[in-house]
Write a protein that binds this ligand. Sequence first.
Ligand code: SF4
Ligand code: SF4
Length: 205
Amino acid sequence: MKGYIIGPVKVALTYLFGFFFHAGPIKKTPITIKAGNHGTTVGVGTETLPLFEHTPHISPNSRGLIGLAPKNCTGCSKCALACPNKCIEMTPVDPPIYTWELQARAKGKEPRPLKFPEIYFGRCMFCGLCTEACPFEALFHTPLYETSVTTDEKSGMHYTWQAMEQVLKEGNPELYQKIEDKWKKLIPELEAKAAELEKAKTPEN
Ligand code: SF4
Ligand code: SF4
């Protein structure tokens, strides 16, 4: 008989606890932060933040959108070969970027045609295999994660290498600057070497 009373009371108390526990946040002022171009709700106000501004709380080691440092890229294609989802397409860069051309001239060679990776993020699973495969520190994940699109916008998921450079610039500005600084130092050295080789080739009158 006792059980017939205690059982329903326990159930009623559990339901009441659940109701008040979950009803608590209803009293709080809702805040909606619209992230990026796509207006995804990532938090609780009505504030529109431009793309990338809401990400500082994300770990710098997180595997978000992939950025490219074109000055470091040699077009070796290792990233494209490593991608299990075939998201990376190597695309001709014409004319070759200055650092590439300069490195070849500093070795006394003609620059070979250069290709850079372009990524279709619509198929990417952010596994990190491509960034790990890059031997030249040219490809990096960034903390940027805003990639949600509607079906009609799917073509916007194809990032050109220029767009990938922008991702790195905005997603990891410190790293991007570090690579730029490295090249600022290297370029005069390579230019001097290339000029020296050019001079040695020119017959004296
Ligand atoms: S993160 Fe993975 S799936 Fe995405 S492009 Fe790189 S290798 Fe391919
Ligand atoms: S990003 Fe890295 S792996 Fe890919 S082509 Fe450039 S240098 Fe090679």
